[in-house]
Design a protein around this ligand. Sequence first.
Ligand SMILES: [Zn+2]
Length: 346
Amino acid sequence: MCRKSIFSCRRAPGPGGRGLVKAFRYGLVMPGGSRIVFDLTGPAKIANSYVLEAANSQPARLVLELEEVDRAAFVQSLAPENRPELRPAIADAPPATVPAAAAPETAQQKADGRPVVVIDPGHGGIDNGTQSSGESEKNLVLAFGLALRDRLEKTGKYRVVMTRSDDTFIPLNDRVKVARGLKAALFVSIHADALPRAEGDAQGATIYTLSDKASDAEAQRLADSENRADAIAGFNLAEEPTDVADILIDLTQRETRTFSSRFAHLLMGEMKATVRMHKHPLKSAGFRVLKAPDVPSVLVEIGYVSNKGDLEHLVSEGWRSRAVGSMAQAIDGFLAKRMATAGSSN
Ligand SMILES: [Zn+2]
C-alpha cells in the first residue's frame, strides 16, 4: 500500500511504481541539483511533503504524500501561484546549462579562429535514453562522443565542444543554444536507437537530418521519442523559450539544410566502410535538437541497443575507435571544403 508515502515503500528506484505512482525516476539535472519525476496514474496533489532525519540506522527520507483529486482540482493546482513549494529552485535557476552555453566565450576562445565542432551525446542524468541488457544509451553515446572529441582534438584543426561530458541532463534547446552561441561549423548529435521487441529487429547506423515531414514512419517515431527527452526529465516545454521551436524557412536555413545534407552523405560514405549501416541509412524528421537555423546539424543513431550484434559493437572499444575514425574523416572532408569556400569568398 503505497498510496501515501512513496519512499516509505523502499522500492528500488526504477520504472516500476504502485498506487498512484505509475513510474518514477531521478537524476542530476544541473550541477548540484537533482530532480525526481513521477508519472501518476491519474490527477493527484501533494497533500504533504517533509524530510525525515536519519534515524534507527535508516537514511534521511523525503516523504511525499499524494492524494487523488479530480481533474478540475488538478488543473486548478497547476496555476503557478498554487505551487510555490515545488518551484523555488527550478523557477529561479537558469536551465541546466553547460558552461559553454552559460559563460560568454573568453577572449582566448574568441581569438581561436579554428572552426568549432559541437558534439552532442544524447540524454544524460535523469534521462537514460534507450536501454537493453543493462546498457543505457546515455552512457554508450557519451563514451562515443568523448572518443570522437579526442580524435578530433588530436588533429589540432578544430575547437571541439561537448554539450555534455558527464552524466548530466541537458535540455534540448540548450544543446541547440551551445551550437548557435559558438557559431559552430557543425553540430553532431549522437544517439543509439531501440526497437520494441514487438516490432521485430532492426540493425545498423542511421544518419538523420532535419525535415518538416518525416521521411518515413520509423523516422517519425524516432523523432517523437527523442523529442520527449525534456518531458522525461520533467521540463515543461511550454516554459521553454521558443526561439528555435519553429522551423524558419528562410534562406539561411535552406542553406544550412543543404550543408547538413551534404555532411550526412559524406558521413554515410565514410561510415559504411567501418560500420554496419541501416538498410535505409539516410533519413529525416523534425528533431528539435537539429533546429539551429544557422548550424549544419545531423543526428546519428550509431546502432540499435535492442539488436544483439549492434549492442556488441556499441560496447566494444575497437568498434568505437573505427566508427569514430570514420566520423572524424567525414568531418575533415566536410570542413576542409567549407573552409576553402569561406576563404575564397572573402
Ligand atoms: Zn536517443
